[in-house]
Design a protein around this ligand. Sequence first.
Ligand code: FAD
Length: 420
Amino acid sequence: MSSPANLHIAIIGAGPSGCYLAQALSRGLPESSITIFDRLASPFGLIRYGVAADHQHTKAITRQFERLFTSGAAHFAGDIEIGRDLTLADLQEHFDAVILASGLTIDRQLDIPGADLPGVHGAGEITRALNSHPESAELQPDFGTDVVIIGAGNVALDILRFLVKDATGYDASDINDTYLSAYLSSPAHRVTLASRSRAADSKGDPQMIKELGALPRARYSSATATAADPTADRTAVARSAAFADLFSPDRAQAPGPEVQVLFGAIPTRILGADHVTGVEFAVGNETTVVPATSVITAVGFASDPDNPLSALTATPATSGRLAAGLYRTGWAKRGPNGAIPENRACAKSVADEVLADIASGTLSPVGKTGFAGLPSTVRDRAVSYDDWLRLDAHERSTALANRVRHKLPDHTHMVKIARG
Ligand SMILES: Cc1cc2nc3c(=O)[nH]c(=O)nc-3n(C[C@H](O)[C@H](O)[C@H](O)COP(=O)(O)OP(=O)(O)OC[C@H]3O[C@@H](n4cnc5c(N)ncnc54)[C@H](O)[C@@H]3O)c2cc1C
């Protein structure tokens, strides 16, 4: 039997959770061999494909993970999809521990009549297109004049910012310019942001609301905002204050869409025959209909039933342990909640569970071969971290003026450039 120090560990998903977990495990088990698989040719999951293109300071979190790969503490194996190129059982045969960090990749659907009408889009669909996700290459924005956003969390606020901003707001970003130009050629005239909660309890960060207020764009109003409760917690007070500033008559009148914010608005029906025409909301005891040419739902994310790992990630749990030698972390464990830094604490607690299983003898290595034991077709296909650096350099060097990178929107092309 080999020593626990020489464990072969496979992590599925190179998003923040997978990377934080690899960091934690490489500290606790410095002689272990860690491979992080991802179905995409690039690492970093939603940092690259979810975080807004005009929030490069957040995307810079990826720098924290550079040393993990350049030091050899973990190996990246991109363009390997578990379920297509390898099964979970294949991984379990070759690795002592397998950890799912595969996130939750599809938009949660609203469970109301009309939710599947043409003209209803999920926020993830749009944020992926704005980030040139390889599965969104063909998407075009087609929102029309009246857009209703259902949800008021940070992703909803990212979408609202995109709908109100003009071209000057994207300097030093890596936005998909084709999608942006198509939107700006016929932007929304009116946007409604609908929150189920009161202003104070809605989900967005006060900072994100302030960012909207600081943009010299759009006019905001709300007939349903209530005064802040000074006894509420600090975040709630700050959120109410940020909304009050947004709706203040003193805020300079700015060009761009008219934005109304509805609080306490429960969507009950999406209206339309063969395309969305409006959304019906229950607001207190009243029913309100907001006309809409399109609806964007920003109500969370879910496990993709087509992902063969979905049965293991559909139900959130507090423990990351699925069985001896099989674990999960990040959104695949906790559900679609929490910002990037929360995945760090989550990964640390899962690493502790792995270490506890080793200490108790529940998990003990039996001479498995890890990545080296996988079929050569898989090993040869994998995009390595050095390959990714080649692709990264290519994207930076081909950036248009005022952009930090030009993300390739085509998976095959990405792989080709990565492999040199
Ligand atoms: C639109 C959006 C914007 C966000 N903006 C911010 C923000 O500004 N700031 C912030 O702090 N947080 C933000 N978040 C939250 C943050 O992105 C998440 O907390 C974090 O990405 C979750 O990390 P994860 O590693 O669990 O999942 P992910 O980041 O989704 O990573 C999962 C990885 O697993 C891979 N994978 C999935 N299935 C397989 C498979 N079968 N085989 C191989 N690989 C697979 C995927 O390709 C992906 O790379 C945002 C989230 C979204 C959706």
